[in-house]
Design a binder for this molecule. Structure first.
Ligand code: NAG
Ligand code: NAG
Ligand code: NAG
Ligand code: NAG
Length: 508
């Protein structure tokens, strides 16, 4: 009974205020009146709109206990639907990809893994002699300079301590005006790119019978090496990384029907390639054809040819995977989506290289010469003495990107976050020495032979499209609140057109 009487009692108060203080505060009273009016209109909305439960908040004849019960229920439903909708939105924005498995292996092409080979003798004697001749460097000075440059060209995190420190070097470098930031350029000048060697036997080449597979000279953390059978575009090459120019096409490759990548499929018995033409002992890195070498993941110095038997299920992507989701949504990057500062292409290992160079820069205040450094404000490059002194102390920290804190179990992680590659392969390798093959091919090198073909492959796919997201949110809201698009339109209608008519006196 009491609830029935209450609304009129409440309506009385403003009229009282209106009558007792008409002159003192007319504006305040007017505003109060407006608010009451608006509230009444809102009540009218609750009583008539299509979200059925709201009506219990204002319906005449209900007790306050019932109204509070409904209010709590409505609040809980709103909270629940908001919570679940936020979860869907979060999933859409940050975890919007999953990996499925494909099994129809008969129709796939699987790419063979890639090889990076670093020759263990780097500079060309003849070019060096010419260089010394034109710069008037002779005798012991010349030998010392060769020693330094050969070691710089051959240096990586594991052997910086071998860099020589002859007394004559300082004078020679002064005379040549060779600053640390020119080390790599000079090494590049004194190295001959043997993929372009006109003599067939001496050319570094990747062959399958009489056909070539594209190979190129690249700049790695182990100096200038040679890469073959790789999916990353030609911006990942020594010339582009050092000078920003695309490497020229090799006429020999074109003559031999070059292919970019060696692929095989299930019906093939075996597919192979030989990467040969190296005239000195080599160090070999085998890695996925969507990746680059990782400097501490090598076979090691070898004077025999290597023979690899890989097994490499691939990770592919759905056809709309790249366009339908941003990097943040899918948590992976394609190689052309680089956001790195030193490198124009992205792979996880290249990103780790950038982490490493930033770490070295933080610790030693300069970076080694074998990193591309074509920035607007290049980082300072370490001279040979700093390389000798600073690097070896922190070798494992630089390589692993973490270290154990002294007297504590905690790990010191280098600040580094690298997204995965969208496309890649899960590589497992068997490697053996291929004895006496040097006689067979007339040079050092490695062979890759895939005999077993994967019967599964992984596929990254989009989890939610934008339409799915709408359906998710709408479904949640409908489930908890009985909410619909027409309901939204009704709100809009009620507070625009209907309000206007209401003000003109067309009451419901
Ligand atoms: C697989 O490779 C062969 C030869 O390299 C090519 O003819 C064929 O079109 C490729 N198939 C697919 C599905 O890419
Ligand atoms: C280059 O470095 C490797 C590994 O540190 C070493 O085995 C090799 O002898 C070096 N080459 C030269 C010419 O010093
Ligand atoms: C390398 O060679 C280029 C072209 O021959 C020359 O312009 C450049 O000065 C050389 N660099 C060094 C460090 O000698
Ligand atoms: C590249 O993007 C990742 C996140 O996607 C970020 O963590 C990283 O700092 C970015 N790198 C640079 C150099 O901006």
């Amino acid at each position: 009974m009491s609830t029935v009487q209450k609304p009129p009692a409440r309506l009385e108060q403003p009229t009282k205020a209106w009558t007792t203080q008409p002159s003192k505060k007319p504006r305040r009273a007017a505003i109060c009146g407006l608010i009451i009016e608006a509230f009444e209109y809102f009540k009218l909305y609750l009583a008539t709109c299509c979200n059925h439960c709201y009506v219990y908040l204002v319906k005449e004849g209900l007790t306050w206990a019932e109204r509070i019960f409904w209010l709590i229920l409505i609040a809980v439903s709103h909270y629940a639907s908001l919570y679940i909708a936020m979860q869907s939105i979060d999933r859409f924005l940050t975890k919007n990809a999953y990996m499925g498995i494909e099994r129809d292996y008969f129709s796939w092409n699987t790419s063979l893994p890639s090889l990076t080979i670093c020759p263990m003798e780097r500079l060309d004697r003849e070019v060096f002699n010419q260089y010394c001749h034109s710069h008037y460097i002779t005798g012991q000075n010349k030998d010392d300079l060769w020693d330094l440059l050969e070691h710089l060209a051959n240096s990586t995190y594991m052997n910086f301590q071998d860099i020589p420190n002859h007394s004559s070097l300082e004078g020679t470098l002064d005379k040549l005006q060779l600053k640390p930031n020119k080390y790599m350029e000079l090494i590049y000048n004194l190295t001959v790119d043997h993929t372009l060697n006109p003599v067939d036997k001496l050319r570094i080449r990747c062959i399958d019978n009489d056909e070539y597979i594209h190979s190129r000279q690249v700049l790695t953390e182990y100096g200038l090496c040679y890469l073959t059978n790789n999916n990353i575009d030609d911006r990942y090459s020594s010339k582009y990384l050092l000078f920003g120019e695309m490497p020229e096409y090799s006429e020999y490759e074109i003559k031999h029907n070059v292919r970019r990548i060696q692929m095989g499929s299930y019906p093939d018995k075996y597919i192979d390639f030989n990467f040969i033409g190296f005239q000195s002992p080599i160090d070999v890195y085998a890695h996925s054809s969507y990746e680059v070498m990782k400097v501490d993941n090598n076979y090691g110095y070898t004077t025999e040819n290597l023979y690899y038997e890989p097994f490499s299920p691939e990770i592919t992507t759905d056809h709309n995977f790249e366009t339908e989701a941003s990097v943040r949504q899918r948590n992976c990057r394609f190689s052309h989506e680089s956001n790195l500062t030193h490198f124009p292409v992205y792979t996880k290992n290249i990103c780790l290289q950038e982490c490493r160079l930033n770490l070295v820069y933080k610790v030693c205040k300069c970076i080694p010469h074998f990193y591309p450094n074509r920035l607007r404000k290049p980082k300072p490059v370490c001279d040979y003495k700093t390389l000798r002194e600073c690097m070896p102390q922190h070798e494992s920290y630089f390589l692993k990107l973490y270290r154990q804190r002294p007297n504590s179990k905690k790990l010191d992680m280098a600040p580094c976050y690298c997204e995965q590659n969208c496309r890649g392969s899960v590589l497992s390798l068997k490697v053996s020495l291929y004895t006496r093959s040097k006689q067979l091919y007339g040079s050092y090198g490695a062979t890759m032979t895939e005999k077993e073909w994967p019967t599964v492959r992984y596929k990254r796919e989009i989890y939610l499209t934008f339409t799915d997201l709408l359906v998710y949110i709408g479904g949640t809201a409908g489930f908890f609140l009985g909410f619909s698009v027409l309901g939204v339109i009704e709100i809009f209608y009620f507070f625009t057109m209907r309000l206007l008519f209401h003000l003109f006196g067309y009451k419901l």
